[in-house]
Write a protein that binds this ligand. Structure first.
Ligand code: 5GP
Length: 196
């Protein structure tokens, strides 16, 4: 029996990281896929926990070795999901959660058609802008880029299986929890990963 694959995407500031952390606490048997990235760690981020932080050189080497099941450049940094990690986890019957951008989700869909794609939607662009201002870690330019990207990403939500609007964090966590639980209960035959 193969594991089921859950993919979460959201524009920057939509609260995806908090939702991911909360859901992993509620479902400790859900395996989180730790991505590799060439960006520098932010304060509080741990190598191997939040990301595997690697150099561009290593990233490109691994690309040549077909190590990435998907990869993308986001805000000037490279991000990739290990093909071996994903295949091993799914083959071992583990359900896996990926936190990746919309380009990566599209590639995962092509490779794993049974994956469940979940989009976390901010209530509005204006609320997203306010949240990014509150976060206080973006320059005006970077903020404008993120909002433009957010609009593009939100237009892609129609191709996701489930859209969760993060207006109230607790409601969103409960919606996400119910969605994942329902799909896990419904898929005893667990067929994700059949394309590899
Ligand atoms: P951040 O640098 O803010 O943690 O992440 C920036 C964006 O990169 C987020 O949208 C995040 O979901 C995405 N991301 C993180 N890991 C991966 C990955 O392995 N592949 C892809 N395609 N996107 C990723």
């Amino acid at each position: 029996m193969k594991g089921h694959l859950f993919v979460m995407s959201a524009p920057s500031g939509a609260g995806k990281t908090t939702l991911c952390t909360s859901i992993l606490k509620l479902m400790p048997d859900l395996e989180y896929s730790v991505s590799c990235t060439t960006r520098s760690p932010r304060q509080g981020e741990q190598d191997g926990v939040h990301y595997h932080f690697i150099s561009r050189e290593v990233f490109y080497d691994r690309m040549e070795q077909n190590d990435w099941v998907e990869w993308a450049e986001v805000y000037g940094n490279l991000y990739g999901t290990s093909a071996v990690f994903l295949k091993n986890a799914l083959d071992a019957g583990k359900d896996v959660l990926l936190d990746i951008d919309v380009q990566g989700a599209k590639r995962i869909r092509a490779r794993y058609p049974d994956a469940t794609l979940i989009f976390i939607m901010p209530p509005s662009l204006e609320i997203l802008r306010k949240r990014l201002v509150q976060r206080g870690c973006d320059s005006a330019d970077s903020m404008a880029n993120r909002l433009e990207a957010a609009q593009r990403e939100m237009n892609k939500a129609v191709s996701y299986d489930v859209v969760i609007v993060n207006r109230d964090l607790n409601v969103a966590i409960s919606g996400l929890n119910n969605t994942i639980k329902e799909i896990r209960n419904k898929s005893p035959e667990k067929s994700a990963g059949s394309a590899l």
